[in-house]
Design a protein around this ligand. Sequence first.
Ligand code: BTN
Length: 265
Amino acid sequence: MVSLVKPDLIYKCLKHLTLNPEVVFLPETDSTNDDAKRRIESGLEGELLVVAESQTRGRGRQNRVWHSPKGGLYLSLVTSPIIPIESTPLLGFLCACAVADALESIGIEGAKLKWPNDVLIQEHKVAGILSEMVTVGVDDYRIVVGIGINQNVDMTELPEEIRSCATSVLEHLGRETSAEELLCQLLSSIDRMLQIVRFEGSFDSVLKMWKELSATLGSRVRVNDGTRIYEGTAIDILPDGSLIVQAEEETTTVFTGDLVHLSYD
Ligand code: BTN
């Protein structure tokens, strides 16, 4: 398996970027998001990148398990300057676009995005993003954005119940790909987009890119926001990242939730 990340190549890659994180490579951790949170709680102030070869308690959105066998790419990033708290979901959108871009550079054409932050290859999930806030002191906070990509993951390593809706780069291309290349492309893409966000003072370009890569917009969807289930056509996303779902009777704005594309149900 070629997926173990060689730190030297990542340090070399970072030299060309404006991102300048303290980098932590771990053979195994419970969750890179939890590891990053602990480092912030112990006083880390600058940017941080935690990369692990496997996770024993990888977490997904909605308290799901993120299965994290060796071969996958698992990382958490803390950027600075501090992203305004209301833009947390948009940072997830940015990273989803960056994952699709990085996948393209290692040979995956046509990766698409599912609201809010899933990355799909031919409607099968290949990557997910979990953004979390850590409070520091009384009124300070940091955002940890965790990214999991099923890269050189043999599908038999994933539980049977998710195999029908998930995929890996390995399964799709039929060959292993370099973890350093994918990670470097991903960091470069995130860096580029963060620079655009800083320059423009908004996430408008990110949203535009997200819409172009979206598999959700225009699809019939079912969304569960935790209190209600909505069915209809996903027609747009708002500047804060919420999804507009149009049903016959009503048009609803969903800020967060669990979504399925009904045409692929
Ligand atoms: C999702 O699709 O539900 C989000 C999955 C996020 C998984 C990544 S793997 C690295 C980081 N550490 C975690 O425990 N979760 C995120």
